[in-house]
Design a protein around this ligand. Structure first.
Ligand code: FES
Ligand code: FE2
Length: 346
């Protein structure tokens, strides 16, 4: 049996600081969907780890990402999302174009040597996969497609991403380290005992439920249970797919009508994690089915919250140094932990 990562890594602020620097500042991270920035003159603010970011579509139609930090004295520039021709900092009213250029700074004409051209917003890497917008704080990073590896082809086997429309976002926070939340996503060893509703629909037995890793991705494939009457049987999507992109992006497709939910697992502090899930459906999926899926998924989510917060309270106690992994059932967790340890060791 394999040892887990040291449990001190799940509450130590210094480890989280290193993770910000060595993981989140160089990884592709989901920040929202293209519908939020579909029109020229729109923006959306989000977090890539601890890096506040801003995605804009300027009048020239180009999608851009920036550090969401004013070049004057560092205030966060924009919040939320919406339509805007320019972005004005609330502190001293420096005003930026959506293409990042500083357009005006009050009283700058009184400052000899003030050069607005030097004070554009800091550009970051941005790219899309279907309706999903990803940002990487490292502009030198390899392209998003390299990180996604096999995921687009796997998803395309059961779903047409371009035929989905965004319906809503669900947001919540957890009293746990971000890695505990990721690891919980990465195994279904707990499903039979902890998720009776889910296990009644999806066949979670080890001979049917498939686990795969490739590069930065981890995937779980769960077929529908045979012969079970359920709202999820007999529709276009024949089986579930649950994908993860290192370091913190989860994507769920449940069997049933065309559906997908995805979002990031964002550290807020050593023992606090923020999550959101964007839900997409085919335009003709009726609200009754959407509600059914949400009830189903919400129940799984509530069960997971209890599990994840219970793990955090267990491992923070500091008496034991590490746990054990079951390499057959938890190979995706092991893969995640290897990526973590590798990044931190650099
Ligand atoms: S910090 Fe933004 S204008 Fe001063
Ligand atoms: Fe779970």
């Amino acid at each position: 049996m394999e040892l887990t990562l040291p449990w001190s890594w799940y509450s130590d602020p210094e480890v989280l600081r290193l993770e910000q620097e060595r993981i989140f500042r160089r990884a592709w991270q989901y920040v929202g969907h293209t519908g939020q920035v579909s029109e020229p003159g729109t923006f959306v603010a989000a977090m890539a780890g601890w890096t506040p970011i801003l995605v804009t579509r300027a009048r020239d139609g180009e999608l851009r990402a920036f550090l969401n930090v004013c070049r004057h004295r560092g205030s966060m520039l924009a919040e939320g999302s919406g339509g805007r021709e320019t972005l004005q900092c609330r502190y001293h009213a420096w005003t930026y174009e959506l293409d990042g250029r500083l357009r005006a700074a009050p009283r700058s004409d009184r400052e000899p040597g003030f050069d607005a051209d030097d004070l554009s917003l800091v550009p970051l890497a941005v790219d899309t996969w279907g309706p999903f917008v990803f940002v990487n704080p490292d502009r030198e990073a390899p392209p998003l497609a390299d990180a996604l590896g096999p995921l687009p082809a796997q998803v395309a086997q059961i779903l047409d991403l371009d035929a989905l429309e965004f319906r809503f976002r669900m947001e919540f926070e957890l009293d746990a380290n971000w890695k505990v939340a990721c690891e919980n996503f990465l195994e279904c060893y707990h499903c039979a005992v902890a998720h009776p509703g889910f296990s009644a629909v999806v066949d979670v037995s080890p001979d049917s439920y498939r686990l795969e890793t490739e590069g930065l991705t981890s995937s779980q494939f769960g077929p529908l249970r045979d012969g079970r009457e359920s709202p999820f049987a007999g529709h276009e999507v024949p089986r579930g797919q649950f994908h993860f992109l290192w370091p913190n992006f989860g994507l769920n497709i449940f069997p049933g009508k065309p559906n997908l939910s995805c979002g990031p697992i964002v550290p807020r502090g050593p023992e606090r994690t923020a999550r959101f899930l964007d839900y997409f459906f085919a335009p003709d999926v009726d609200q009754a089915w959407v509600d059914e899926l949400l009830e189903f998924d919400g129940q799984v989510g509530r069960e997971d919250t209890v599990l994840v917060e219970g793990v955090q309270r267990g491992i923070r106690s500091g008496v034991l140094e590490a746990g054990r992994l079951m390499p057959q059932s938890e190979q995706l967790v092991a893969h995640f932990q290897r990526l973590c340890a590798g990044a931190l060791a650099e």
